[in-house]
Design a protein around this ligand. Structure first.
Ligand code: FES
Length: 189
């Protein structure tokens, strides 16, 4: 059960700024072990899925046995231990992004690729997930394309990016100039 002890911070697996979102979730709950599900949600919403590295990090940070963390992450169907599709797009549906057009992004992807939240195209190329807040509300509506956060995404941009993925490696590399605005220095903790 909850230990309610404030634990010293553990270094995240990388310098990826999305770990700040995960750290914020843990901090908000005093690094208590009973915040495990919320923390795993933060990881999945930020990265699209839970890999071994992230599970180990969460386990260390919350001083929870790794087996327990694995148990929870495999018990609940909404956690995924690997990206289902070759490419993953996470659309933020937090309040700011919702107001700025996230529903339109989901609608555009649904119409073009026939997938909804948590679904993967039949060819296994594209998966779409939603997140409650990516921590980049100033760039709403925001999305994460294979780990790259993008802001001010519109319907055309998201469809173009996913089409490029679907058309193969050449397409996936194409047209950064037509991509949604990259977040880069605009990440907010
Ligand atoms: S609500 Fe979308 S980034 Fe915060």
């Amino acid at each position: 059960m909850a230990t309610n002890l404030r634990q010293p911070a553990v270094d995240p697996p990388s310098n990826d700024k999305r770990w700040r979102i995960v750290q914020a979730a843990m901090r908000r709950n005093g690094f208590r072990r009973d915040a495990l599900i919320e923390t795993l949600h933060a990881v999945q919403e930020s990265f699209g899925y839970l890999d071994e590295e992230s599970l180990r990090y969460v386990a260390r940070s919350l001083h929870a046995p790794l087996s327990h963390v694995y148990g929870v992450s495999t018990f609940y169907h909404f956690f995924s231990l690997k990206p289902a599709g070759e490419h993953t797009c996470v659309v933020c549906t937090g309040t700011a992004c919702y107001i700025k057009g996230a529903p339109g992004l989901l609608d555009a992807v649904g119409k073009e690729f026939h997938i909804g939240d948590g679904e993967t195209t039949e060819d296994g190329k594209l998966s779409m997930l939603t997140a409650r807040c990516l921590g980049s509300c100033g760039l709403a509506p925001a999305a994460v394309f294979d780990g790259q956060v993008a802001g001010k995404v519109n319907r055309e941009a998201i469809v173009e990016r996913l089409r490029a993925w679907r058309n193969g490696p050449a397409g996936a590399q194409a047209s950064p100039e037509s991509s949604p605005e990259k977040e880069g220095s605009a990440v907010h903790a």
